[in-house]
Design a protein. Sequence first.
Length: 335
Amino acid sequence: MRLHVTYTGGTIGMVESPDGLVPGADLRGWLFQLLRQGSDLDSSKVSLTALDPLIDSSNATPGSWQSIIDDLWRFHDSADAFIVLHGTDTMSYTTSALSYALTDFGKPVVFTGSQHPLGKIESDATANVTGAFNAVLSGHAQGVELFFGHHLFAGNRVTKASSWAFEGFASPITGPVAQSGTPWHWNDAGSEGCGWRNPAPYRQHDIAVVTMVPGISADRLASMLAPHPQAVLIRAYGVGNMPDAVPGLTDAIRAVADGGVPVIVASQCQQAEVMLGRYQAGAGLAEVGACSAVDMTFEAVYTKIMFLLSQGLGAADFTDWVGRPIAGEVSSPQQ
């Protein structure tokens, strides 16, 4: 099997500096030594590219996602499977974003990284990288996935759960695709999607993210939405509720919706299905024409909005696609 590795940066390849951890380790040398010593894989069939510049994933942007996509396509015909080394802070955003953009890629892409740099004796780098290699070599990996802490997850069903634990990621709705071991245990691959042929590249877009909290006022919400963004993502309570006893709060949302700005409602709960209007406290959002994120993770719905905006859809098509699975990111189509 021919493998290609895209190295984007992240903790795995960082070293200490006076200003904290920064990229600088000899990742190429470490990786190929690991392959020679601990794998039956022919290292001559493994290629590696590094983004220039390498980044801390906290600095990742839609442009970074597109750079990874472009690199993967550049090696599409010369490799059978792909590994992406990425920082943990925004890895689940990147895996979600790439899951939409690569539905017609046809080859597995597995992301991984580490909580400790590879040069530290307590590092989880070796376990995660070898796990990612084993996932693609198994022949079971498909689409865009993320391996971390002995688990393989669907890339658009995962969220970062811990900044310190080696089990740093979780998939609260669907659970992992597989757990490494002797042998690996594979679970139901989950739902598939409609796919998206010839997607337009990711571009920078203005999405306002509003988290409902006790005590939020209409004036504060209105100021957060002025000038109007290109889309509004509301992190509501429970199944899609917001304060309905605060004067003017719904009106502030209606003002942007009436201006043609799509309003999408997700839940602050890690396990939830957004059902607008299930409670009176969520009726206002349904009345202004907001649409449900159903059971998508925050990372999945945020990057999906970014993806759909990049495709230049009209308002009706945009709303329709929010609840329709492109790459298995949502359990069922929105009714």
